[in-house]
Ligand binder design. Structure first.
Ligand code: AMP
Ligand code: FE
Ligand code: FE
Ligand code: ZN
Length: 291
């Protein structure tokens, strides 16, 4: 988009939703329909470490006259802390990014198997139970183990599983391979994409990255922060808004919809039109699909 050209998308915009290509419970097309039913007119599909949902989501978005931004939520970690980096409008064929997502996805399988082995020492749970809850080649995560625990009648829902058995304090947790956030930001940026840290200021274990790390990420091309997200703390949002203003960064708001896997509803947080426009202007990897 060049300056002066009218924006060709319409809000409200929700830039963070998951399908069953990762740990959402619905197909990409269904996710798009749900977003539309909640009033969203521009959306991004951001499955963990995977881009295979783009085609179906894009087709349904076109049918509904919505604007579609291809995206992904790349797993990273700083020391022990899990960091999620949203990438938008990058080239899905970029060799380095593809190699990294394949490495993460492969390791996630072995890690989930190790967690199931740990859990099976105390509970009646098998790897087959978990596979029964993953669709095709979905990026496997703790949410799929949670679903298997629900089916086994061990917990009521994903929330109870995450608060209990899947929580690192319970001793069944295993880490998986993930690049450091600097590598994640560089991979997305070098693939022509726009890198935004997802839910950067959640409470507890995954609290905010140290300011000096954030500064390094910005220097490496980090475009902004997802600020309006239900898991960000109010104090954290204030700090991030200040950093974003100081560095003229993009700020977004999103639902992080996972179908029935989380209470989050499409459109519960949205991204301002001028911020969506900045993401589109900055990207060089893949154009958005305008509605
Ligand atoms: P993993 O990456 O496999 O360690 O699992 C983390 C994923 O679990 C995140 O992407 C979240 O979407 C999901 N998750 C985290 N906490 C919860 C929760 N309380 N209820 C449902 N899903 C959750
Ligand atoms: Fe998730
Ligand atoms: Fe996330
Ligand atoms: Zn997410």
């Amino acid at each position: 988009m060049t300056t002066g050209e009218p924006q060709r998308f319409a809000g409200p915009s929700d830039l963070h939703l998951h399908s069953n290509h990762s740990d959402g419970t619905e197909s990409p097309g269904r996710v798009v329909r749900q977003a539309h039913a909640h009033g969203i007119r521009t959306l991004a599909l951001t499955d963990h470490d995977r881009t295979t949902g783009w085609a179906e989501a894009g087709a349904v978005a076109a049918e509904l006259g919505m604007t579609f931004l291809p995206g992904m939520e790349l797993s990273a970690k700083h020391e022990w802390r899990s960091v999620h980096v949203l990438g938008y409008l990058f080239d899905p064929e970029d060799a380095d990014l593809r190699a990294e997502t394949e490495r993460i996805r492969d390791d996630r399988i072995g890690r989930a198997e190790r967690m199931v082995r740990n859990i099976s020492r105390d509970y009646d749970l098998s790897w087959e139970d978990v596979l029964a809850h993953t669709t095709g080649d979905a990026t496997v995560g703790r949410p799929h183990i949670a679903d298997a625990l629900v089916t086994r009648g061990i917990v009521r829902d994903r929330t109870e599983a995450f608060d209990g058995i899947l929580h690192p304090r319970e001793g069944y947790y295993e880490p998986h391979y993930a690049p450091d956030p600097l590598t994640a930001v560089r991979l997305i940026t070098d693939a022509g994409g726009v890198a935004i840290i997802a839910h950067p200021v959640t409470a507890g274990r995954d609290r905010m990255l140290p300011p000096e790390v954030i500064e390094r990420l910005i220097a490496a091309g980090l475009a902004g922060f997802e600020i309006d997200h239900r898991e960000n703390t109010e104090d954290g949002k204030r700090i991030l808004r200040r950093i974003a203003a100081d560095h003229d960064l993009i700020v977004t708001g999103s639902s992080d919809y996972h179908g029935t896997g989380k209470p989050n509803r499409p459109g519960e947080n949205t991204t301002a039109d001028d911020m969506v426009a900045r993401i589109i202007e900055r990207a060089t990897g893949t154009p958005p699909q305008f509605g």
